[in-house]
Design a protein around this ligand. Sequence first.
Ligand SMILES: Cc1ncc(COP(=O)(O)O)c(C=O)c1O
Length: 455
Amino acid sequence: MEVLGSILEAVGDTPLVRLTKVAGGVRATVLAKLEMLNPGGSVKDRIGLRMIEAAERQGLLRPGGTIVEPTSGNTGHGLAIAAAIHGYRCIFVMPDKMSQEKIALLRAYGAEVVITPTAVPPESPESYYRVADRLTEEIPGAFQPNQYFNAENPAAHYDTTGPEIWRQTDGRITALVVGVGTGGTITGTARYLKERNPDLLVVGADPEGSIYSGEVHPYLTEGIGEDFWPDTFDPSLVDRWVRVGDREAFRMARRITREEGILVGGSSGTAVVAAVEVARELGPDDVVVVILPDTGRNYLSKLYSDSWLLQYGLTDRPEVLRVEEVLQAKHGDMPSLVTVNAHEKVRQAIDVLQEYSISQAPVVREAGVDVTQFVGAVHENALLDRIFRDPDALQADVAEVMGPPIALVEFDEPIEVAFEALQHGPAVLVVKAGQALGVLTRSDLLEFLAHRRPA
Ligand SMILES: Cc1ncc(COP(=O)(O)O)c(C=O)c1O
């Protein structure tokens, strides 16, 4: 039987996949290492078990002990899986910018989650680092793996991620691109690979606002960039930094998902923007490996939510749609304007409605499109009501039974104006320079909205 002893054995050996669409027009080969395929959905599975087993060996963690860790979620997930199997209590401390999904997920494994404010310096007693330190001191038998200081973090990547990439590329990798959080991934992987090939170009992908590549200020990309220099990071291994803003990172993450079919988080967007920028300068023999650290499932209510992006000003306001576009989008052979003459008989008006399968029509005094001629409207509901009670009304003039004219909307008004008018009546007459262009109904607007391509 081909069976694993526990899910922990499923960590690592993630595939390397060529990026074709988002790296289009680039001569170098760009390969993505899919770390979201680890069982916990991120690169951090690689370090969770490693840090726990080392602590057990050193006697820092004993049966019944508690694991306390400041983490943005992914390390917590890796630790929670290992702790569930090894039977430890887990407390995770994280800043309040982290997504609800990440918090709920840790709680699903039975972990406790403590939330702290994001906008405080790391040395503040309220920062998630300091709160985690305090809990570790106060809880008997507590151990803090501390991914920012734990040498097992880069060592895990030196022992697994690096060798995997070397093997998977047959040693042909020429550039490695990694987003840097604790620096564990880039440090361990680059150290291994540079020992094999000292000419390897190592690129750090960094969010705008992180200390590694410039001025520090808040940003929204999760998991990478820092406001201090962790022990687990060896910056001497980085040959070049590429700084990427939230907007660009999220846009790229969404493209990777939609065009490559790989559901990724924001930090993967950062890394791929950097990889493509570097790859553009390289030749056809170059092989660029970019690490995609986590899954987009963690961010469905964030970067994959259009309203969230709008709220943070990370996407352009949707373009203004005009009433005329809705009219132009109407399908079929139907003329956009079907009218009934006020002097026609009701019976004829009904025939017109049936011929075009429409439920209403404007009534004109004289044939033509001049708006001054639009004196009323007939609607099948009103006609039925009238004829049911008085069959003789079929012989009446339309002028006798018609209702008030339908509301006018200028062709260049935003569709919100038509929407508002359609709240009060079933149709609107679209007008340009005093001439009627056509009728828009609720179902026309609905069909237009349903078939419009998303931005
Ligand atoms: C989503 C995400 N991407 C990238 C990283 C960076 O990895 P490392 O901490 O090894 O530098 C992290 C780390 O937390 C992460 O959560």
